[in-house]
Design a protein around this ligand. Structure first.
Ligand code: FAD
Length: 263
């Protein structure tokens, strides 16, 4: 490790001040992405501002007909929370599918959304459920928040404080995990809302996206058969040593049908 300064923020205000005073500082939440990045020398922050001890970021609670999850809530807490399980069972299920027990015990929803890995699970839920990302400065709708590969609407020094999820009528998530990491080779979150069906896909493309053709088809008939003949353009999918574009496009269709069957 190279030398850097570690500071444990006492409050959100303290964390914001530290970021403002140190332009090269980085927030540290669960460290599941940031620490490997530091070890590989892909980032060299001057300070790590640890926000894990800020109680205000750890709440899970109902909020005006929505579900509010603090940015510092860990994946295992989402997976095991009676409040989440009752309000949006598919979200608890998704959190329980992330990585392995070590990752779920440290990783946070805020860290995952800030990082916006193209194969991460939470972005699919946030986009399908039309969530609002609340920061220390403003509120951003998921549709505006995700901006492609590891890119988000977050500005320099902006801190995610919580995520507001509208309650769907029904929802389900299915993913085909990479066998080593658990990251999605393709993951599909289907949400039936008062305004129609929303389908969000992660893992398959350069960033999370909505599959509009599937949403229209499922709006007409909420059955796996409704999407059976639909296909995504393979040239818009990711390709790597694990799967070709065509394979990923097919996986999206299969995961969508499984998610709809699960509904
Ligand atoms: C082996 C392994 C397997 C994994 N498998 C999966 C998987 O199957 N699915 C999946 O979705 N993810 C997976 N992950 C990623 C994991 O879910 C992490 O939780 C996530 O990537 C980062 O969350 P974190 O809390 O650890 O954030 P950190 O690593 O602490 O931070 C990540 C980035 O977010 C920033 N940040 C953190 N919190 C905030 C905040 N509140 N506001 C603004 N910026 C913030 C940090 O500055 C940093 O840039 C895996 C990780 C590992 C190591």
């Amino acid at each position: 490790m190279f030398s850097l300064n570690y500071v444990r923020a006492k409050s959100l205000k303290h964390a914001a001040e530290l970021l403002a005073q140190n332009p090269e500082a980085k927030l540290l939440a669960g460290g599941m992405t940031l620490l490997p990045t530091l070890k590989q020398r892909l980032a060299r922050p001057s300070h790590l501002v640890d926000i894990a001890a800020i109680g205000a970021l750890r709440a899970i609670r109902p909020s005006k007909g929505k579900l509010s999850i603090g940015a510092g809530v860990r994946h295992y807490e989402v997976a095991s929370s009676p409040i989440v399980r009752q309000a949006i069972p598919a979200l608890a299920c998704l959190a329980g599918l992330i990585g392995d027990p070590q990752v779920r015990n440290m990783g946070t929803i805020g860290g995952s959304l800030a990082n916006n890995d193209p194969a991460a699970d939470y972005p699919a839920a946030a986009l399908a459920l039309n969530a609002t990302i609340v920061t220390d400065r403003r509120r951003v709708k998921a549709g505006d928040y995700f901006q492609g590969l590891f890119a988000t609407a977050l500005e320099e020094g902006e801190i995610i404080t919580r995520v507001l999820f509208p309650l769907p009528k029904q929802a389900a998530y299915e993913k085909f995990p990479h066998p080593a990491s658990g990251y999605a080779m393709a993951g599909v979150f289907v949400a039936v809302t008062a305004r129609g069906v929303r389908v969000a896909v992660t893992g398959a493309g350069p960033g999370v996206f909505r599959w509009n053709a599937a949403e229209r088809a499922l709006g007409r008939s909420l059955s796996p058969d409704a999407v059976a003949k639909l296909s995504l353009p393979a040239d818009e999918m990711n390709e790597d040593i694990h799967a070709s574009r065509e394979y990923r496009a097919n996986l999206v269709n299969v995961m969508t049908r499984r998610a709809v069957a699960k509904l």
